[in-house]
Design a protein around this ligand. Sequence first.
Ligand code: B1M
Length: 217
Amino acid sequence: MQILEVLKQSIIEGNEEHAARYAGDAIAERIDAKIILDDALIAGMNVVGEKFRTHEIFLPDVLLSAKAMYAALAKVRPLFLKEKIPSLGKVVIGTVQGDLHDIGKNLVGIMLEGAGFEVIDLGTDVAPERFVDEAVARDAEVIGLSALLTTTMPGMGKVVKILKERGLSGKIKVIIGGAPVNDEFCREIGADAYCFDAANSVATVKKLLGQSTSRAE
Ligand code: B1M
């Protein structure tokens, strides 16, 4: 699909205007929102990540790509939220303390919202205590933690520890995700589940809450 390739390219190049326009074009071509997300937006950011890793591009370029990604995401987002479904539960979500990466976290939020969960997004650089305080205050069943830096991953363990100290383990479930996170780390800190990607987060949260995962997500 030609349009997905040019959309992906506009994200790699950090061209906000093109990204928004081509995302609109892809929608007009009736390409499935999930395919636009996976094959153009996330695929584009993956290339950006690799170029950044190999020093082919630098931080300002990455920021431009992130802006382009958001411009495209703003067009695609309403497609995920079209159907208004009764709330399946509340999820408090955020990026852990010291970490400003929010693209993956926002995708997870969109997927969960689209599936019918009420998502309370605390943003980035969120202190461990705040996750727990907000989850309790909002009566949330799940806390979703995102971390992209190896240095900020320990913040996830702190949230699990605070829940334990307050006798909330098991009552409020914790799911974790982000590029440096894995299953082993999840077991190590005692979180309830690790999620590889945003699409998976819906099935994971439903499973944790004992809900059927049969509906397409
Ligand atoms: Co930074 N950055 N960054 N960065 N950045 C990484 C993470 C890095 C791997 C790049 C590299 O060196 N190769 C590296 C971390 C190295 C490490 O810790 N081992 C890094 C670094 C070092 C830094 C700075 C320290 C750079 C500096 O200042 N010298 C700095 C830190 C700032 C801070 O947070 N305090 C920094 C800054 C930035 C920008 C601001 C420029 C920008 C972020 C913009 C934004 O988010 N608004 C940025 C970006 C864009 C990246 C890369 C290139 C791309 C991340 C991304 O958005 N990917 C990244 C390289 C990489 O990851 N390959 C990199 C696309 C996104 C869709 O994927 O977030 O992984 P991801 O989310 C996935 C899954 O992980 C999962 O679902 C999503 C897909 O479906 N997922 C969850 C994520 N959260 C989840 C939560 C869940 C479930 C699934 O449940 C709750």
